[in-house]
Design a protein around this ligand. Structure first.
Ligand SMILES: C[S@@+](CC[C@H](N)C(=O)[O-])C[C@H]1O[C@@H](n2cnc3c(N)ncnc32)[C@H](O)[C@@H]1O
Length: 271
């Protein structure tokens, strides 16, 4: 299996691992090498170029490479994946490990394939919890950076009238279409349409993407959020996201939830 290898100074190992988790890593192996660096390895996208794109720009002291390793350790995470409860009545489960739940609990089954969004990452949990609470019947919802489609499917299950999902990665679109079918949700339209070309406005916009990407698309995120609508951003660090909120002004933060060092912020247009 082809893996990404990020070589960083030991002091940056935790930050670099966070970057890989946010880019879609399912398991991160840390190896201290003889030169005093830490090598972080994980499987990400189907090509080296896509993996690099998901990780984004790196500090000058980090080095990104790609290595071929045995398949087995790279896929053992599947054994350890488990259903995750994101609300009292909502569970996200690996498609190969569905749970037994009370009637009244909605279960979303996800096969991430080569994409991000199994439900167990704090940023997905935060965004899924917000989507479940915020999406009302008849809403139009946009999921930007849909990955596996998990948030789009949660929105559809919450009663959305129409759900549009976009991602830069072809693998994410394939996974979203596949997972929508798996969950018997027929209203998800998924494509690689860049957010700059998405037309219309949406009652709920969900964007679980790393901070630099949110900043880069901030004008479009404001544009696609309806006047009375809500934008949920996740994928940002709890202690370092003021610059992201600044980029979204004049939208105003109305609620912030924190989990394991990550934040999800809901923003609305000023009245
Ligand atoms: C952290 S994952 C989130 C996946 C899923 N929505 C979830 O909550 O688990 C971020 C996703 O954003 C996508 N992405 C990154 N930059 C993007 C951009 N500029 N436009 C659309 N999608 C982007 C990545 O390919 C990745 O699938």
């Amino acid at each position: 299996m082809r893996m990404v290898e990020l070589v960083v100074p030991p002091a940056d190992a935790e930050l670099a691992a966070d970057r890989l988790w946010a880019a879609g890593a399912r398991a991160v192996e840390e190896i201290a090498d003889r030169a005093g660096h830490v090598r972080l390895r994980t499987a990400l996208a189907s090509t080296d170029a896509l993996s690099a794109q998901r990780i984004g720009a790196l500090p000058p002291t980090w080095r990104l490479g790609h290595v071929d390793v045995d398949d087995e350790p790279a896929t053992t995470w599947r054994e350890f994946a488990n259903p995750v409860r994101v609300a009292a009545d909502l569970v996200i489960s690996p498609a190969w490990k569905l749970g037994r739940h009370d009637t009244g609990t909605t279960e979303v089954a996800v096969e991430p394939a080569g994409s991000f969004g199994l439900g167990d990452h704090p940023t997905t949990k935060l965004a899924a919890t917000a989507a479940w609470r915020l999406v009302a019947a008849h809403d139009q919802v946009l999921d930007v950076g849909c990955g596996s489609g998990v948030l789009a499917i949660v929105a559809a299950k919450a009663g959305a009238r129409r759900v549009v999902a976009v991602d830069v990665a072809d693998a994410a679109i394939e996974a979203t279409i596949d997972n929508a079918r798996r969950n018997d949700v027929h209203i998800v339209e998924a494509s690689t349409t860049p957010i700059g070309e998405v037309v219309g406005d949406y009652d709920v916009v969900l964007a679980n993407i790393l901070a630099p990407a949110i900043v880069a698309m901030s004008a479009d995120l404001r544009r696609v959020t309806a006047r009375g609508g809500v934008l949920v951003i996740s994928g940002i660090l709890a202690t370092d996201h003021q610059h992201v909120l600044d980029a979204l002004v004049p939208m105003e933060p109305v609620r912030t939830e924190i989990l394991d060092g990550w934040a999800a912020v809901e923003l609305r247009h000023r009245r």
